[in-house]
Write a protein that binds this ligand. Structure first.
Ligand SMILES: Cc1cc2nc3c(=O)[nH]c(=O)nc-3n(C[C@H](O)[C@H](O)[C@H](O)COP(=O)(O)O)c2cc1C
Length: 300
């Protein structure tokens, strides 16, 4: 077992063990990849304030997020296709989060389904929900999340349009993976990954195949995905989702803000649990906030 001391050690092992198309999927962004780069470089600009001669015995990062006890104020963000990075990846990640005491967020585009993760974990997890046109599918997704005892719905509000991801196109990314001479040759070098994938039945999008109307296999899934996202998404639509899900609701956008809304319609509780480091985005978001009376955002 190699000695792992930091995230870069893990990244190197990950690159060695994972087929190229899935590694590239995680390690790239859309179009010019500006957001992808800045989501890392913004952290470099952040300094911790040094204080000295402070009693630090008994220190703790434990706190609460949306009323849940957490060991530190961090949640595992939703990442689609985790179960192709590693067999049953979502179950493994959810279990690791549970062990560490932080929330795990399951992506709509996960390989393991809501039910798979619920059956294999003890604590409630958060369910990320894409804003799709199909109301029946949306309602069922919320109902399934409720039946699985999910403790929050995380609504992603910045994916009305899919950005072009150059590497995914070149690699022919899909689940299960498209078998070309190049991809098979690459996968044959990833023995551990291959054995894991052979040992699991979870190789499709578990929340979608068999649940969305007319999606029974990979080819119908591709057509469904290309048409599924709701380009007319606005705050009225988010209010409609509020009626479908009465538990804690987190409105979520990469690089913007991460908030918890107690309720829509009547101003009740609003609690920010995380915001982007990107100051430009915060200002940008402020403009959006002023357009809606029910949302008031307090920066911390
Ligand atoms: C490979 C990959 C897959 C992602 N999949 C989803 C997803 O399915 N749903 C979602 O809401 N966000 C998704 N995201 C966005 C992440 O949850 C997260 O917001 C974003 O990566 C910014 O955080 P980071 O800088 O720590 O990567 C994905 C991000 C990556 C890199």
């Amino acid at each position: 077992m190699p000695v792992i001391t930091n995230i870069n050690d893990l990244k190197r092992i990950y690159e060695r063990r994972t087929p190229r198309m899935f590694y590239d999927y995680c390690e790239s962004g859309s179009w010019t990849e500006q957001t992808f780069r800045e989501n890392t470089s913004d952290f470099d600009k952040l300094y911790l304030r040094q204080r000295v001669a402070i009693d630090m015995a008994g220190r703790s990062t434990a706190t609460q997020m949306i009323g849940q006890d957490v060991s530190m104020p961090v949640a595992l963000a939703p990442v689609g296709l985790t179960g192709m990075q590693n067999a049953d990846g979502e179950i493994k990640a959810a279990r690791a989060a549970e062990k560490f005491g932080v929330p795990f967020t399951l992506s709509t585009m996960s390989i393991c389904s809501i039910e798979d993760v619920a059956e294999n974990t003890e604590k409630p997890f958060w369910m990320q929900v894409y804003t799709l046109k199909d109301d029946d599918f949306m309602q069922r997704l919320f109902d399934r999340a409720k039946a699985a005892n999910c403790s929050a719905a995380v609504i992603t509000v910045d994916l009305q349009l899919l950005g072009q991801r150059h590497k995914d196109l070149k690699n022919g990314l899909s689940a299960p993976p498209k078998l070309t001479v190049k991809s098979v040759a690459n996968m044959m070098t990833k023995v551990q990954w291959g054995l894991g994938m052979l040992g699991t039945k979870r190789r499709f999008f578990g929340n979608i195949v068999g649940h969305a109307k007319g999606v029974e296999d990979a080819s119908s899934l591709t057509t469904w995905t290309s048409e599924a996202f709701d380009q007319s998404l606005d705050w009225d639509r988010i209010r409609a989702f509020r009626k479908m899900w009465d538990g804690p609701l987190i409105v979520f956008a990469v690089n913007l803000i991460f908030i918890y809304c107690g309720s829509f319609g009547v101003m009740q509780r609003f609690e920010i649990i995380f915001y982007s480091l990107n100051i430009k985005s915060r200002n940008h978001y402020r403009v959006g906030v002023h357009r809606t009376r029910e949302l008031r955002v307090v920066y911390v």
